[in-house]
Design a protein around this ligand. Structure first.
Ligand code: ADP
Length: 334
C-alpha cells in the first residue's frame, strides 16, 4: 500500500469520518462547484422540493463522498451510500431504490462501473421516480411498476466522459472537481491538525501540502505519518524540518513522488537516456508489471510534466532531469 495512493485504505476510512467538513462553508476550495451547488440546493430548499440529481466527477480523494454528505446535510435529508461495483444485478438497485425515504440522498460512487441492466433501471428511476420490478423468469416473467418517493441521486465518477450519454443527461447538475492548489491543501491540513490536536506550523503545513499531489486524502494521510514522527523523534510540533524528515523516511519526496515513481523516472533517464522507450521495456527495467507502471506511476508523472507518452514510447521532460538532479545528455533537445 502506497502512502501516496489516492484511494482510501482501512486507516483512512477509520479516521476520515472525523475529518469530513460538515457544510459547504467548511469545505475548502472547489470554489466553482461549491458556488454552483449552493445555488442548486438553496433553490431546491426554497421550492420545498428535493434537489436535482448531481454528478460529481474527479479523481479519488478530492471530496466527492464528502460533498454528497454535505448535500444531504444541507437538505436536511438522510443519505444512503453505495457504489457501482456493489450493484451487480438490477434487483440490487431495485431493493435500494424502493427502500429510500422521501428526499433521501443516494450516493452512488463509481457509477460508471454499474452493470448495464442496473443502469437502465436507474434511467427510469431518475426521470420518473419509478422502477419496473421483474418477477419470475422466462416467458412468464412480469414487470411490476413500482412508484418511488422523490430522491436525489449523487453519482460520482473519475471522469464524466466514461458515462453513457443517456445517464449523463439525466443529471441536473455536473460538478467537476479539480486537484487542489497548495494553499488550499494547507487550509485542509490546518483544519485537520486542529481536529486531531496536532501542533502544526505554517511552514510544516506548506511542506506537507507540497508532497500531497493536490489531494486532500493524501494530505490527511501524510499528516498522520508526520504526527507519529513528530511525537517519537521530536517534541511533537510539526515544523518544516520535522515534516520533511518524516516524509523522507517514508520516501515521499518534495514533489510527492514515491519510490515507485522515482524508480520509473530513474530508469527512463539513466538506462534509456530519457527515452523514447516502450512501456514494457520500462516496466521490466523497474521490475514491475506493465499495468503498475502505466496505471499507478505514470498518471501522476504525466500530470506533473515529468514524463510524456508519445507514439514512439515514453520520454522524459527537461523537468524530469532537473527533479532527479541529473544533466540531460547533449544534443537530445532535452
Ligand atoms: P472521494 O469521495 O472523492 O474519494 P472523500 O470525500 O472521501 O473523497 O475525501 C477524502 C478525505 O479528504 C476526507 O477525509 C475528507 O475529509 C477530505 N477532504 C476532501 N475534500 C476536502 C475539502 N474540500 N476540504 C476539507 N477536507 C476535504
Amino acid at each position: 500500500d502506497r502512502l501516496v495512493a489516492a484511494l482510501a485504505d482501512g486507516e483512512d476510512r477509520a479516521v476520515e469520518a472525523a475529518l469530513r467538513p460538515k457544510d459547504l462553508a467548511e469545505f475548502v476550495g472547489q470554489e466553482r462547484v461549491r458556488e454552483q451547488l449552493d445555488l442548486v440546493l438553496k433553490a431546491a430548499r426554497q421550492r420545498g422540493g428535493t434537489a436535482d440529481h448531481v454528478l460529481l466527477s474527479g479523481a479519488p480523494g478530492l471530496g466527492k463522498t464528502t460533498l454528497s454528505m454535505i448535500i444531504a446535510a444541507e437538505m436536511g435529508a438522510p443519505i444512503r451510500i453505495t457504489s457501482g461495483p456493489a450493484i451487480q444485478h438490477a434487483g440490487d438497485l431495485a431493493a435500494i431504490l424502493s427502500s429510500l425515504a422521501e428526499g433521501e440522498v443516494l450516493f452512488l460512487d463509481e457509477i460508471h462501473r454499474m452493470s448495464r441492466p442496473a443502469e437502465e433501471m436507474l434511467y427510469m428511476a431518475m426521470e420518473d421516480f419509478r422502477v419496473d420490478v421483474v418477477v419470475g423468469k422466462g416467458p412468464g416473467a412480469t414487470a411490476i411498476p413500482l412508484e418511488l418517493p422523490p430522491f436525489t441521486l449523487v453519482g460520482a465518477t473519475t471522469r464524466a466522459g466514461l458515462l453513457p450519454p443517456p445517464l449523463r443527461d439525466r443529471f441536473g447538475f455536473t460538478g467537476h472537481m479539480e486537484f487542489y492548489a497548495p494553499a488550499e491543501l494547507e487550509r485542509v491540513l490546518h483544519r485537520s491538525a486542529r481536529l486531531l490536536d496536532v501542533p502544526l506550523d505554517a511552514e510544516g503545513a506548506a511542506e506537507i501540502a507540497g508532497r500531497s499531489r493536490g489531494t486532500p486524502r493524501i494530505a490527511n494521510r501524510l499528516l498522520r505519518r508526520v504526527r507519529d514522527f513528530a511525537q517519537v523523534k521530536a517534541d511533537g510540533v510539526v515544523t518544516r524540518e520535522v515534516a520533511a524528515a518524516a516524509l523522507d523516511v517514508y520516501e515521499v519526496d518534495g514533489r510527492g513522488l514515491d519510490r515507485l515513481d522515482r524508480a520509473v523516472l530513474d530508469a527512463l533517464l539513466r538506462l534509456f537516456g530519457g527515452g523514447p522507450v516502450g512501456l514494457s521495456t520500462l516496466a521490466v527495467a523497474v521490475g514491475e508489471e506493465r499495468e503498475t507502471v502505466e496505471e499507478v506511476a505514470e498518471p501522476f508523472l504525466v500530470r506533473e510534466g515529468l514524463l510524456a507518452r508519445t507514439p514512439r514510447g515514453r520520454i522524459a521532460t527537461p523537468a524530469a532531469w532537473a527533479h532527479l538532479g541529473l544533466a540531460p545528455p547533449q544534443g537530445t533537445g532535452a
